[in-house]
Design a protein around this ligand. Structure first.
Ligand SMILES: C[S@@+](CC[C@H](N)C(=O)[O-])C[C@H]1O[C@@H](n2cnc3c(N)ncnc32)[C@H](O)[C@@H]1O
Length: 295
């Protein structure tokens, strides 16, 4: 069981930039205006709206494109259509992860190494005493975190990074050539359905499961729970006002309407034991949760 030192529950702080947005009416005033304009534009400019929604029009988005995207998301929020919101995220990431890695590559040094690695140190200690055959990073992006982890767990031989953007994975294969790391293009859940195995740690960094549906996160945790000796390490963001003590639901939240999941609850439901839980809040309103759990 976790020690009280490892658990810091932070007071709930509502930051409008990263709070839960169950319907368009819950969005901040300026966002509601953008929604209204975007919905009209999406109706009038249907071809452009379809291209934005399917991810074929992402590069150098014009203000008009951003407004239309807002309009489409507002419609999905209004209809509580989480599958449509998920698809918008998935179409976006399948084209944009490579660019994200170059724009936000600094997060490895400035966030992961400075703050979030403390959660993984609990995991590294755990694997000093417990066997581990493979580490699977879902949504591995530029592979820096997977490379770091591979240098810390000497006893493990398999390190696999999965990402939905084929260009991201090609770049990783080239960059890490000759290293012990393997990179695979695909939807993380589909990959897991056929590759899950015992003595494996699943991990995410930088916000990955927030682009998956509630039911998909449950399925990922259950797939891991069906195997012996599995662990899960998560570095994810959640809504600034998500009450993790009481609210077990999933809600769209923040600027991009990703999903705020109650990971603690979902992991416990799948039978995982929480070994570390901590939170970190940033000036920009982001609320990071760091969790290490074993089964
Ligand atoms: C916010 S980025 C984080 C990237 C990386 N983990 C980091 O810390 O820099 C989210 C990553 O998840 C990937 N992703 C999103 N949905 C995915 C899915 N369904 N299957 C696999 N990867 C996915 C994206 O392509 C992207 O690389």
């Amino acid at each position: 069981m976790p020690t009280s030192k490892q658990i810091q529950i932070m007071p709930t702080v509502v930051d409008p930039r990263t709070s839960i947005v169950p319907t368009p009416q819950h969005a901040p005033f300026r966002k509601r205006i953008a929604f209204a304009i975007g919905r009209i534009l999406a109706l009038v400019m249907r071809t452009r709206a379809n291209a934005i929604e399917s991810g074929t029009r992402i590069r150098a988005p014009h203000l008009l494109d951003r407004l239309i995207r807002n309009g489409i998301q507002a419609q999905a929020l209004q209809e509580r259509d989480h599958v449509r919101l998920r698809d918008i995220h998935r179409n976006y990431w399948s084209k944009e992860a490579l660019k994200f890695g170059s724009d936000y590559g600094f997060r490895f040094e400035e966030q992961f190494l400075q703050f979030d690695v403390e959660m993984l140190r609990v995991a590294f200690k755990h694997f000093d005493r417990n066997n581990l055959d493979s580490v699977i990073e879902l949504g591995c992006g530029n592979g820096k975190v997977l490379e770091y982890v591979s240098q810390q767990i000497a006893s493990c031989e398999e390190f696999i990074g999965i990402d939905i953007d084929p260009n991201r994975i090609d770049a990783n294969k080239h960059h890490y050539e000759g290293q012990q790391l393997e990179f695979v293009t695909g939807n993380a859940l589909s990959w897991l359905q056929t590759h899950v195995k015992p003595s494996m740690m699943l991990m995410t960094n930088g916000g990955v499961l927030e682009y998956f549906l509630h039911s998909e996160v449950i399925e990922i945790f259950e797939l891991a729970a069906q195997q012996s000796n599995t662990a899960i390490a998560l570095i994810e963001t959640v809504g600034s006002d998500h009450d993790l003590d009481k609210d077990t639901q999933t809600h769209p939240y923040g600027r991009e309407f990703a999903f705020s999941h109650n990971y603690l609850h979902l992991l416990k439901e799948a039978g995982f034991k929480i070994r570390h839980f901590s939170e970190r809040r940033c000036e920009n309103g982001d609320r990071w949760v760091r969790i290490f759990a074993t089964h």
